[in-house]
Design a protein around this ligand. Structure first.
Ligand SMILES: NC(=O)c1ccc[n+]([C@@H]2O[C@H](COP(=O)([O-])OP(=O)(O)OC[C@H]3O[C@@H](n4cnc5c(N)ncnc54)[C@H](OP(=O)(O)O)[C@@H]3O)[C@@H](O)[C@H]2O)c1
Length: 276
């Protein structure tokens, strides 16, 4: 599978399986099935309450652990250095692993000592237990502060990104700084299936609108995507999007879609328009 690699020790397949909001046995089954189909990148988080279920799949599968990229995340109320380390250790235990491939700060918070938190994050990378580190849901000024102000060797940024939500500025920044951009909610939670322009492109090529939406992301340099799909059919269909090439006419139609449809915007979210 196509991978994203960078100087900050990232080695991540471009397509991964999102695991939120799957829980327990359902989650274990979905992850095992995805691994059987050829997925080698699993996205979880302490806050999803499913790391143990993911860990059970990692233990039960015949796919060697070192062939699977696992991302997990620390929640925003655990960013004080000791809490961050404790959360990381709990994640390792739940995942039945002695390392994770990528460890992310899930959301920024306003109430923190940013340099101390980032130092604690970097220490995990230096220990080798987190092969790579990164952040999620950071707006551009904060990302810039962490990368340029604090010199943190971030390997990846995870943000909401799909055909209905543009991330041009963040993507430009990531490309310039050798940081991978992972698109979460890449199917806009299946809203893409109702967009007439995507349906038309899909019909033209004999594919699905969801595949068009994923192909548009995966075709872009430095971009990975983690669609969540519980069942085999959707998992396989999403995986096959890796082999789809859109043409210039398709890309122009997608470029013309509204790019301001943000779906994930909890009360604790940062000010997204910072740096616009
Ligand atoms: N860092 C963050 O703050 C953050 C925030 C949100 C999400 N995430 C991560 O990103 C992952 C994906 O995001 P998401 O779950 O919000 O949204 P998403 O992947 O855009 O959409 C998931 C929805 O689309 C459906 N679906 C998947 N493949 C399909 C297909 N081929 N055809 C039709 N429907 C399909 C799924 O249903 P079925 O399961 O029934 O297939 C599910 O209802 C999450 O699981 C999580 O790992 C991270």
């Amino acid at each position: 599978m196509q991978r994203l690699t960078n100087a900050n020790r990232l080695n991540m397949p471009k397509l991964g399986l999102g695991t939120w909001p799957m829980l327990g046995e359902d989650c274990t089954k979905a992850v095992m099935q995805a691994l059987e189909l050829g997925y080698r990148h699993i996205d979880t988080a302490a806050a999803y309450d499913n790391e143990e279920a993911v860990g059970a799949a990692l233990t039960a599968t015949s796919v060697p652990r070192e062939e699977i990229h696992v991302t997990t995340k620390v929640w925003w109320d655990q960013l004080e250095p000791q809490k961050l380390h404790a959360s990381f250790e709990r994640s390792l235990k739940a995942l039945s692993s002695d390392y994770v491939d990528l460890f992310l700060i899930h959301w920024p918070t306003k109430d923190w000592d940013l340099p101390r938190t980032i130092k604690a994050l970097v220490a995990l990378k230096e220990s080798g237990k987190a092969k790579a580190i990164g952040v999620a849901n950071f707006p551009l000024p904060l990302l810039r502060e962490v990368v340029e102000g604090l010199g943190a060797p971030l390997a990846a940024l995870q943000v909401e990104f799909h055909v209905l939500l543009g991330q041009a500025k963040l993507l430009d920044y990531c490309l310039a700084h050798d940081i991978a951009l992972t698109a979460y909610s890449p199917l806009a939670r299946n809203k893409v299936s109702e967009v007439p322009e995507l349906i038309a492109i899909a019909d033209k090529h004999g594919m699905l609108p969801t595949q068009v939406a994923l192909a548009w992301l995966l075709d872009q340099q430095g971009v990975a995507a983690v669609p969540k799909a519980a069942g085999r059919t959707n998992q396989l269909s999403n995986l096959n999007a890796l082999n789809i090439r859109l043409d210039d006419e398709d890309r122009a139609k997608i470029a013309a879609l509204p790019k301001d449809q943000r779906l994930v915007n909890p009360a604790f979210a940062p000010n997204w328009s910072d740096g616009e």
